[in-house]
Design a protein around this ligand. Structure first.
Ligand SMILES: Cc1cc2nc3c(=O)[nH]c(=O)nc-3n(C[C@H](O)[C@H](O)[C@H](O)COP(=O)(O)OP(=O)(O)OC[C@H]3O[C@@H](n4cnc5c(N)ncnc54)[C@H](O)[C@@H]3O)c2cc1C
Length: 405
């Protein structure tokens, strides 16, 4: 089995980690997998699943216990993400809620905001989403068009967002918007927008290639009066916040990728050991053994790198480029490994009731969301060609100043 090949993993090294692993596995078996088809029909999972996760202490694991969270370090979140991904289900999207949305509030929120949102997020009574992407822009976040104009007592929010994970289920959304539209800086800011506010509406969950039980939808804002105290952090710092938080989001996708690849390898070993062709198990063909060995080798290298990034994040040292490397290489590996594992299932691999089929469909988006893999390469290349970009910037600045004089 793949577990026997792994070099020891230092990141999950306590009894508490093992206890969490058991809890996650039981939760998925009892409260997620039995409802999968129902949720696929609805393109959305139930609130009960969130509440159950809250009851078992599986939400907001890395958020301070002062705000109702688990008070644990990020390795516990990583274990939860990996274990769920290994078992296959894409819902509930705990990592989006607990490891992406909640940290924004914990890091940048006022005490009132933290006490209002975080304890209820930990129980599942409140679900949070993050809305950056718009119909006309995803990769280029500086080009967002949603605006929030200061009206004295409130922000007047107008615009729309798309592809928002758990947007349909969420009770509030962190919305990236421009608070000084028309000025040179434009002031990208983040607002916490409650779904109950007048003028805030949601599209129906999209029908997708994969991640069918996790809702993804459009959000619309038409003259929404967002209370002044729902600004997250300082006005005009939204872009910096997103750039600071995106490495964590990218690492969670890399962790999911590693988990999915491990789950697929374990299941293909089992399947090919039982299925026969030409009077012998499929596992008896050297091609099968080599393909699975290659998959395991690729996974092993990625797992080591992703584990290192988890450690770095725990120590608040993970850089944007390291997270980009993890996200890009782990999700490319995930896609290759799942494709290979599906191939070894033959025709059954193409059947929806087979786990490998769902996992393959789910894996496709990993190279797209949280920043496409092309954008990850842009980030890495920018670092490599640092001097070239610095010179280019200086030339542009000089040209601009000359034009002004
Ligand atoms: C299932 C799902 C869930 C999502 N969840 C969320 C969410 O919760 N919140 C949220 O805000 N967003 C979410 N997204 C949006 C996601 O982050 C964007 O789809 C992604 O960042 C790409 O943006 P885009 O779709 O606008 O593609 P585009 O930016 O239009 O890109 C199209 C193509 O052009 C390439 N490209 C763009 N710029 C460059 C460049 N500079 N160099 C080279 N190639 C480039 C891209 O790599 C891509 O291949 C989700 C998307 C999906 C599919």
């Amino acid at each position: 089995m793949y577990a026997d090949l792994q070099i020891p993993r230092d990141i999950y090294n306590t009894e508490e980690h093992e206890m969490l692993r058991e809890t996650v596995r039981e939760y998925v078996k009892q409260h997620v997998l039995p409802y999968r088809e129902e949720w696929e029909e609805e393109s959305c999972c139930s609130r009960e699943a969130w509440l159950k996760a809250g009851e078992l202490g599986l939400l907001n694991l890395s958020i301070s216990d002062k705000y109702g969270g688990g008070g644990l370090d990020f390795s516990f979140s990583a274990l939860l993400i990996e274990e769920m991904s290994k078992m296959g289900p894409d819902s509930p999207a705990i990592s989006m809620h607990s490891d992406i949305v909640a940290p924004y509030i914990e890091q940048y929120g006022s005490e009132e905001q933290k006490h209002h949102y975080l304890p209820k997020m930990a129980t599942g009574e409140l679900i949070g989403s993050l809305a950056m992407t718009e119909p006309s822009t995803g990769s280029d976040l500086q080009a967002i068009k949603t605006t929030a104009v200061d009206k004295g007592d409130y922000w007047l929010l107008n615009g729309s967002k798309t592809f928002i994970t758990i947007g349909y289920s969420s009770d509030f959304s962190l919305v990236a918007c421009k608070t000084r539209p028309g000025t040179p800086q434009e002031g990208v800011s983040m607002l916490i927008v409650d779904a109950t506010l007048d003028g805030f509406s949601k599209g129906k969950p999209f029908k997708k290639l994969g991640l069918k039980t996790s809702d993804t939808c459009e959000l619309f804002f038409e003259d929404v009066k967002v209370p002044k105290d729902r600004l997250l952090g300082q006005e005009g710092t939204g872009f910096i916040m997103m750039m600071t938080e995106l490495p964590r989001e990218r690492l969670t996708v890399a962790i999911q990728a590693v988990g999915a690849a491990e789950g697929a390898i374990e299941s293909v070993i089992e399947y090919t050991s039982e299925r026969t062709a030409f009077k012998q198990p499929i596992a008896g063909f050297q091609n099968t053994q080599f393909k699975v060995a290659e998959a395991a080798m690729k996974l092993q290298l990625n797992q080591c790198y992703v584990d290192k990034c988890t450690e770095l994040l725990k120590e608040h040292k993970l850089t944007a480029e390291q997270a980009s490397v993890a996200k890009c290489t782990a999700t490319d590996m995930q896609f290759e490994v799942l494709d290979q594992c599906l191939q070894l299932h033959g025709g059954y691999g193409f059947m929806w009731e087979y786990q490998i089929c769902r996992m393959f469909a789910d894996s496709r988006v990993s190279r797209i969301y949280a920043g496409t893999n092309e954008i990850m390469k842009v980030m890495v290349a920018r670092k490599l060609f640092n001097n070239y970009f610095a010179e280019l910037k200086a030339k542009r600045k000089a040209k601009k100043m000359a034009a002004q004089n």
